[in-house]
Design a protein around this ligand. Structure first.
Ligand code: IVH
Length: 724
C-alpha cells in the first residue's frame, strides 16, 4: 500500500498553517522521530540523517511548541538532550550536568551573543571582553574524573545528567594521562573534552571493516563513538582514538587559575593534549578573523570540525553568567555552513540491503566538497526523491555536513535538461525481480523475495557469519559472493554443508586443501551456538546484539522462543482472515496482537517495543524464514541461554583477562563462560584486573600481571574456581 501523497501530509505544512489538531499530531510524530534519531545516533552510532536534517526536526518541534504552548508534550524533545544512557555500561551521575552549547550561524548571532554578555554583566561600553576561541571538534564529549591526580572515572555525556561508565575504554587512549603531571593537583577534578578520530584513521578503519564485511562507519565521529562504546576495551584499544581537553566540570578545592586561557595552559602542564589553534581574542573583529582563518583550514585539518567555540575568558564572569536551559551564557558555538558544491546527477541506482530495503543512491559526476572527492550521495527513500523532484541528468547542490555520505540539498531547476522525466521508483526489486512493497506508515520499499533475492541472501549470509553472530573466521564477503554464484550457498544452513564440497572448494582459484580445511574447521567450531548469537545471526530487522540477548534471556531456549513467535504470527493471521483489516500495517497488527498472551509476554520484555515486536513476528510469519530456522536447527546445536548468576559465583563482578592458548576450550568459549558467571572479560591487564588466566605460551600480559601483582591462574585453577 502506498503512503498518502506528501501534499495532504501535515509534516510538509509550514508551522503557521497547522491547525491545532494537526499540530498535536505533528508534535507526537516529531517526538517519536527525534527520539528514534537520538537512539540511532547516541546508542547505535548509526545515524540515518545528517545533523542539519536533525536540527531542522528539532527547530520545527520548537516552532510548533512556540505557537501552541499548551500542546507541549511530557516527552517533548525540547526537554531532553541526547539519549539516555545505553544498556551494557554502568551508569554514572555527573557531578555537574554536561550541557550543550548554543549555536550561531550568521555574524549577527555573534554580535548578539556579545551584546547579551555585556548586558548581563552590565559592562561599560569601553570595558573589553576577552574570549578564547577554539575549534569545535566533531567528536564525542567525555568527562574525566581525577582524584588526587589519578584518573579514576570516565563517562559519556548520556542525557546530560547520567552517562555511561567508559573508564576502562578511555584508559586506552594515549592522549589521556593516567596521572596528572606537575605540582598543582586538585583533590578532585572533573574535566571535559572531546574524543575524536582523525580522518585518515577513520578511512583506514573503514577499509579494514569493508574487507572483513563489517558495517562501515558514516563519519569519524560515529567511528569514535562506536569505538568508545565497546563493551570490550581491547577493541577500543585497537582503534586510534585521540582526546582534546577543553573544559572543567567540577573542582575541589576551587581552582587557582582565573581565566580559560590559564586553564588551557594548566591542562597542557598536566599532560593533556590541548588544541594548539585556540586563541585569545579581544574584539569581535578578532573573533571573525579566527572564524574565517579556521574555516579556511577546515578541509586540511587532520580531524573534523564543525565550527568554532567562543568562551568568555574570565572565569568569575563565566560564573556570574551561568547557564540558561541546557547551555552556558558564556559560550557560543559559531557553526560553519555545511560544505557544498554543484554537480550533475548521472544515475539513480537502487541498492538492496540485507532486510530487502530498496535504497536509492545518487551517482554523481565526481566533485570536490570540502577537500573530499564525492561521487555518490544518499537519496534516503522514494518520498525524498519525489519531494525534491530529483531527476537523472539534473544539476544538484551536494552537501557534506560532517558525513562521508553526502546529501543532495536541492536541484538547480534552471539547469534542468528540457527532456528530463520525473524519476519513477521501481516497484520491483532490481536484484531478483520480486515485488517490492511499502507497508502503511513506512517510508521504505522492501523486496519481498527474502532469501531467493541474491542481494538479500548474500547480505544475510554475510551477516550470519559476522563477528557478533556465528563468527565464522575466514568467510569474507567475497567468498560468500563467489559461493553464492556457484550455487554452493543459498541459505545459512548450507554453510554447514560446505564440508561435502571439500574437493570442489579446494580446486577453486586461490584455494588449496589447507585453506579449505581451515575454513571447514572454523565452520565446525560453530555448530554449537549460543541462543543469543543465533537470534542475532538471523538478521531480523531491528534485532541487534543487545536485543538478541534480551530475547535469549527471556525465552532461554530456541524451541520456546520459536514456538512463541510462531504462535503470535499464526494468531494474528487467523484474526486477520476472520476480520479483514485494511492493509497489514503495524497499527492493525498491533490491535490484533494485543489480546494474544504470547504477544503480551513478548511486549513485556524491557527493551522490546511494539515496532520491534512487530518485526520479529513478521519474520516468523514468512514460511521461508521458518524454513531457514528449521534447517539451521537440524544442523546446529543451539545452546540454552544461561543467565549470568551475578553474586552467586566467586568470579561475579571480577575483571579477568585470558592470555595464551587454553587447552580445554577456545578463547571465545572461555570468555562467554566467564561472562555468564558475571565476570567482566578485559583485553588488557591493568591494576583493575582481578585474575589473569594464563594458558600455554602466555606472553607480555602474564608478565605485566606479575609486575602489577595481579593474581595469575593456570587454566586448571580457573576451572576449579568456577566449578569446572
Ligand atoms: S565547551 C558547557 N569546547 O560541542 C559547554 N565544546 O555542541 C562545554 N565541543 O557538548 C563545552 N569542541 O561535545 C566545548 N572546544 C570545545 C568543543 C566542544 C567540541 C562539543 C562538546 C559539546 C558540543 C556542543
Amino acid at each position: 500500500m502506498k503512503k498518502p501523497a506528501a501534499k495532504s501530509d501535515p509534516t510538509a505544512k509550514p508551522v503557521e498553517a497547522l491547525t491545532e489538531s494537526q499540530a498535536a499530531k505533528e508534535l507526537s510524530r516529531l517526538a517519536a522521530e527525534i527520539q528514534r534519531h537520538d537512539r540511532l545516533y547516541h546508542q547505535q552510532d548509526a545515524p540515518e540523517i545528517s545533523d542539519a536534517d536533525y536540527d531542522a526536526l528539532v527547530r520545527r518541534n520548537k516552532a510548533i511548541e512556540a505557537r501552541f504552548p499548551d500542546l507541549r508534550r511530557l516527552d517533548s524533545p525540547s526537554l531532553s538532550i541526547g539519549a539516555p544512557a545505553a544498556t551494557g555500561f554502568a551508569k554514572v551521575t555527573h557531578r555537574r550536568p554536561m550541557l550543550s552549547l548554543d549555536n550561531g550561524f550568521a555574524p549577527e548571532d555573534v554580535t548578539e551573543f556579545l551584546g547579551r554578555v555585556r548586558r548581563f554583566l552590565k559592562l561599560a561600553t569601553d570595558e573589553p571582553v576577552e574570549l578564547v576561541a577554539e575549534p569545535k571538534i566533531d567528536g564525542l564529549s567525555a568527562t574525566l574524573t581525577y582524584e588526587e591526580g589519578v584518573f579514576t572515572l570516565g563517562a559519556t555525556r548520556g542525557d546530560g545528567s547520567v552517562g555511561e561508565d567508559i573508564t576502562r575504554n578511555l584508559r586506552t587512549i594515549e592522549d589521556l594521562p593516567e596521572t596528572l603531571k606537575g605540582a598543582s593537583k586538585p583533590r578532585l577534578i572533573e574535566l571535559r573534552g572531546e574524543v575524536y578520530m582523525t580522518r585518515n584513521d577513520f578511512l583506514k578503519l573503514n577499509k579494514v571493516r569493508e574487507k572483513a564485511g563489517e558495517a562501515l562507519f558514516a563519519n569519524p565521529r560515529n567511528a569514535a563513538a562506536g569505538s568508545v562504546r565497546q563493551l570490550d576495551p581491547a577493541i577500543t584499544e585497537s582503534r586510534p582514538l585521540h582526546f582534546f581537553a577543553y573544559a572543567v566540570g567540577d573542582i575541589e578545592p576551587a581552582a587557582g587559575w582565573k581565566t580559560q586561557e590559564e586553564f588551557l595552559k594548566q591542562l597542557g602542564t598536566w599532560g593533556f593534549k590541548v588544541n594548539p589553534l585556540a586563541r585569545l581574542c579581544r574584539t569581535e573583529a578578532e573573533l571573525f578573523a579566527f572564524y574565517d582563518e579556521i574555516g579556511g583550514k577546515r578541509a586540511s585539518l587532520p580531524y573534523e570540525i564543525d565550527g568554532v567555540v567562543y568562551k568568555v575568558n574570565r572565569l568569575d564572569w563565566q560564573e556570574r553568567l551561568g547557564f540558561v536551559g541546557r547551555a552556558p551564557r558564556w559560550a557560543l558555538a559559531h557553526k560553519f555552513a555545511a560544505e557544498r558544491a554543484e554537480t550533475r546527477l548521472r544515475e539513480i541506482r537502487i541498492q538492496v540491503g540485507r532486510t530487502g530495503a530498496l535504497t536509492p543512491v545518487a551517482e554523481l559526476e565526481p566533485i570536490q566538497v570540502g577537500g573530499v572527492v564525492v561521487s555518490r550521495a544518499t537519496l534516503h527513500n522514494e518520498d525524498e526523491i519525489a519531494r525534491k523532484d530529483i531527476r537523472v541528468g539534473d544539476w544538484v547542490v551536494v552537501q557534506r555536513a560532517g558525513d562521508v555520505i553526502p546529501q543532495i540539498v536541492e536541484v538547480i531547476r534552471k539547469r534542468r535538461p528540457r527532456d528530463s522525466k520525473p524519476f519513477v521508483f521501481p516497484e520491483e526489486c532490481p536484484a531478483c525481480r520480486s515485488k517490492a512493497i511499502r507497508e502503511v506508515d513506512e517510508a521504505v520499499r522492501r523486496c519481498t523475495g527474502g532469501l531467493i533475492c541474491p542481494a538479500q541472501a548474500v547480505e544475510r549470509l554475510r551477516h550470519f557469519v559476522s563477528r557478533g553472530a556465528a563468527d565464522i573466521e575466514g568467510m569474507g564477503e567475497k567468498h560468500i559472493q563467489a559461493f553464492w554464484e556457484d550455487k554452493l550457498l543459498r541459505r545459512p544452513a548450507d554453510i554447514f554443508q560446505l564440508h561435502r564440497h571439500e574437493k570442489e572448494l579446494a580446486a577453486r582459484e586461490g584455494w588449496g586443501p589447507q585453506s579449505v580445511a581451515k575454513l571447514i574447521a572454523a565452520i565446525e567450531a560453530r555448530r554449537k551456538m549460543p541462543l543469543d548469537r543465533f537470534i542475532y545471526a538471523l538478521g531480523i530487522r531491528q534485532v541487534g546484539e543487545q536485543t538478541a540477548k534480551l530475547l535469549a534471556r527471556h525465552y532461554e531456549s530456541l524451541p520456546k522462543w520459536r514456538n512463541a513467535m510462531i504462535e503470535i504470527a499464526t494468531a494474528i493471521r487467523e484474526a486477520r482472515t476472520s476480520k479483514p483489516a485494511e492493509g497489514a500495517g503495524l497499527g492493525e497488527n498491533l490491535a490484533l496482537a494485543e489480546s494474544i498472551p504470547a504477544y503480551q509476554d513478548l511486549d513485556a520484555i524491557e527493551g522490546v517495543g511494539p515496532s520491534l515486536a512487530n518485526d520479529i513476528v513478521a519474520f516468523f510469519d514468512e514460511p521461508h524464514n521458518r524454513q531457514v530456522v528449521a534447517d539451521l536447527e537440524s544442523e546446529l546445536e543451539i545452546q540454552t541461554y544461561k543467565a549470568p548468576k551475578r553474586g552467586s559465583s566467586p568470579v561475579a563482578g571480577k575483571t579477568v583477562v585470558f592470555t595464551g592458548t587454553l587447552e580445554t576450550m577456545g578463547r571465545n568459549e572461555a570468555k562467554a563462560r566467564a561472562e555468564q558467571l558475571g565476570a567482566k572479560v578485559a583485553g588488557s591487564v591493568s591494576k583493575n584486573t582481578d585474575y589473569v588466566i594464563a594458558g600455554a605460551d602466555a606472553g607480555s600480559k602474564a608478565k605485566k600481571a606479575a609486575e602489577l601483582g595481579v593474581a595469575i591462574l593456570t587454566e586448571q585453577e580457573w576451572l576449579a574456581l568456577i566449578g569446572g
